[in-house]
Design a protein around this ligand. Structure first.
Ligand code: MN3
Length: 198
């Protein structure tokens, strides 16, 4: 049985960029629903004893296990997403070594933001945009629906949820404004750097 992991901050902590109302629905309704569905679909199967990460990896690409993959990956993605964000009032500086790696990969930090912004704004439909590590290289990766880097053998460092439920109450159709607000104000660089070093 999986249970909803605790939010690492209060539901008001990301305001004004993500409202408490959005965060509350996103966490206690959407994220919870993926947990409930995952528990329902793995009950009395061989997957019941596996870790969340293993369930994602085992079911990736298996058509007959798509329902389990989708719910397990959505649980993983949301757990990861909450940790990628930090309260508005906190201002962690970017790790200087990670900053150097981003400059090598993207030319400049500004260009990393620009490329991430474009990928997140242009992703068609529902999905996620990631900063991933592929071997030693840092890359931006778009995934549709529940898909994620684990399913492709890549290491996630940062993610942004661009499903409409992540922003519609606050931004309606203005996804680009949501993306810009998160990138400029809510990235938990300490978590990103820890993932990079792991
Ligand atoms: Mn979501």
């Amino acid at each position: 049985m999986f249970t909803l992991s605790l939010l690492p901050y209060k539901e008001t902590a990301l305001e004004p960029y993500i409202s408490a109302k959005t965060l509350s629905f996103h966490y206690s309704k959407h994220h919870q629903a993926y947990i409930d569905n995952l528990n329902k679909f793995i009950a009395s199967t061989e997957l019941e004893k596996e870790s969340l990460e293993n369930i994602v990896k085992i079911t990736a690409g298996q058509l007959e296990k798509a329902v389990i993959f989708n719910n397990a990956a959505q649980v993983y993605n949301h757990d990861f997403f909450w940790k990628c964000l930090k309260p508005t009032m906190e201002t962690p500086a970017i790790d200087t070594e990670l900053e150097k790696a981003l400059i090598i990969a993207f030319g400049s930090l500004a260009n990393f933001y620009k490329e991430f912004q474009a990928a997140a704004t242009n992703l068609f439909g529902s999905g996620w945009v990631w900063l991933v590590q592929d071997g030693k290289a840092l890359k931006i990766m778009k995934t549709n629906d529940a898909d994620n880097p684990l399913a492709h053998g890549l290491k996630p460092l940062f993610v942004l949820d661009v499903w409409e439920h992540a922003y519609y109450l606050d931004y309606q159709n203005r996804r680009a404004d949501f993306v810009a607000a998160v990138l400029q104000n809510l990235i938990n660089w300490n978590f990103v750097a820890a993932n990079w070093r792991a």
